[in-house]
Write a protein that binds this ligand. Sequence first.
Ligand SMILES: Nc1ncnc2c1ncn2[C@@H]1O[C@H](COP(=O)(O)OP(=O)(O)OP(=O)(O)O)[C@@H](O)[C@H]1O
Length: 453
Amino acid sequence: MLERNDLWNLIKFSMEQDLSKITFQTFVEPAKPLQLDNSQMTIEVPTQLHRDYWEKNLAAKFTDLAMQATNEQIRPVMITEEERQQLTKDAQATTGNVAAGKPATATTPTFMRETKLNPKYTFDTFVIGKGNQMAHAAALVVSEEPGTMYNPLFFYGGVGLGKTHLMHAIGNKLLETDPTRNVKYVTSESFTNELINAIQTKKQEAFREEYRNVDLLLVDDIQFFANKEATQEEFFHTFNALYEDDKQIVLTSDRLPNEIPQLQDRLVSRFKWGLSVDITPPDLETRIAILRNKADLEGIEIPDDTLSYIAGQIDSNVRELEGALARVQAYSRLNNSPITTSLVADALKSLHLSNKLSEVSIPVIQEKVAKYYHVTMADLKGKKRNKQIVTPRQIAMYLSRELTDSSLPRIGNEFGGKDHTTVIHAYDKIEAALKTDSELQKAIGDLKGQLKA
Ligand SMILES: Nc1ncnc2c1ncn2[C@@H]1O[C@H](COP(=O)(O)OP(=O)(O)OP(=O)(O)O)[C@@H](O)[C@H]1O
């Protein structure tokens, strides 16, 4: 499924082609997509006048374009900025941080949160690679024997790497084996909000009852427990009650427990009682496998070399990788043409996504490449013609062109004053080789990963 911003960007892109410049700038540019569920996209506009214009003149076009892009019926629901602020306030008045006397931190109103298990996040749809192998194995063990081996199971790692997916897979598997089991999935923010709500409505007992009578408790993104005293206090008791009862607890976070600011020591130590496993970004082969899996699941026809091309462009986050594939599919539908590498290049470029690493400088690229291939910076800038040096030099030139905004003569200059035609030659050579040479694909993937880090 195309994510909200991706779908919005595509529709915006098509509207820009169809509408007059002034209409586009006045009505489409200031609009902001807030939420997308199966059949509607909530879009915020500045005023009532914008809303009326959208409903009268743009809504049908939106639905047509969304249908072309996704094959699904999606209608736009317009709300004004003022209405959104009111809704957010209402939501926070009952469940937000207001009760704790703190300014609201959540940018997403509570009514927009999702707390159910996603049936698509299963072990079957999870691709195993080096970066997630151990996490996957631990998840499987826990789903088969909850509350025994690894309690709590703690996944940590960067955004969009599959922590939530694995967590849901455990829940889905347990329910598949025994549908009578009580599984609860919650984000740490929802836990906090539910707690505050319970305090305000004097329903703490019911809250405790609900959380302490589960067989499997899944709490996502517990880094948001940071600085939340009352939540931590309550969670401490929830944790103890479940743990003593041999009920399984699974937690995720973007970092290790002791790196979460202001997390009580007693929680930090409990979180370490079981097993902590990190998930690291997938290597190129895994990224390709994830894309292939996804493409097959969704019935997207796409050649292997085009998949490798996408996997080479997006190298750190699986969510972005999936988003790129969905964008490409939507772009191909909108343009009514099959998916090829050049269509992909266009689709990613039109959304200004292709040059994510543009802050990287040429000397940094040279340094990483030199280190990677065990050559010196002087070799990269020099004139030696042996293969061990020419290939890294060409790779460094390729990456300089790909990842920086520098002109060809400027790149040539940074490589010991070479002519811009040498840079073009190097670029073309590496680009051509990338289509077939898997070792090179891996090297470029690794180097891009390092440069991003
Ligand atoms: N190894 C994998 N195989 C298949 N799909 C994956 C894999 N890793 C991640 N995904 C997919 O990538 C998307 C993002 O994953 P997920 O939401 O689990 O990330 P996360 O680590 O929980 O991120 P966040 O920190 O943002 O919550 C999901 O659609 C998920 O299905």
